[in-house]
Design a protein. Structure first.
Lengths: 85, 85
């Protein structure tokens, strides 16, 4: 499956979340990752995020897509997908 | 079409971008909007964003989906979709 993950977490935890997601996904820009993952990876990501975030304060939204979506980029690409995929 | 828009723009422009996108889309969390729009609205959004951002410094990514994607939310929902849709 292809996921786009956006997070809005307290600054004290934001680097841990970023480091964790980097193991599985492509960093797009501030607080956004995307990439193709397996169902097993999806479960690991969810569990890992739940360990890292404060569920009473932080927010993470995972968009679950069948395949890589069409995307349009305005301005600069902070981390171009073409470089790694 | 259904879009998820994420932006990473200079703090001096971030409020203008947020105000602009709020006219068309649902605010999800910091720097993320989503919603169902027409092709005409999509064009207006793109033009509006290009007017507001500095293309040499800011980054906006528009994910274009056929319909509302499956989504999973961890932690709090900063602005629950159910409230308005």
């Amino acid at each position: 499956m292809y996921v786009v993950i956006v997070y809005d977490v307290n600054v004290s935890r934001v680097n841990k979340v970023k480091k964790f997601l980097r193991q599985y996904l492509h960093w797009v820009q501030n607080s956004v990752f995307e990439g193709e993952i397996t169902l097993a990876e999806f479960k690991r990501i969810k569990e890992g995020l739940l360990d890292l975030i404060d569920e009473n304060e932080d927010s993470v939204v995972i968009y679950k897509l069948r395949s890589k979506p069409k995307r349009e980029s305005l301005g600069i690409e902070k981390n171009p997908l073409e470089d790694i995929i």
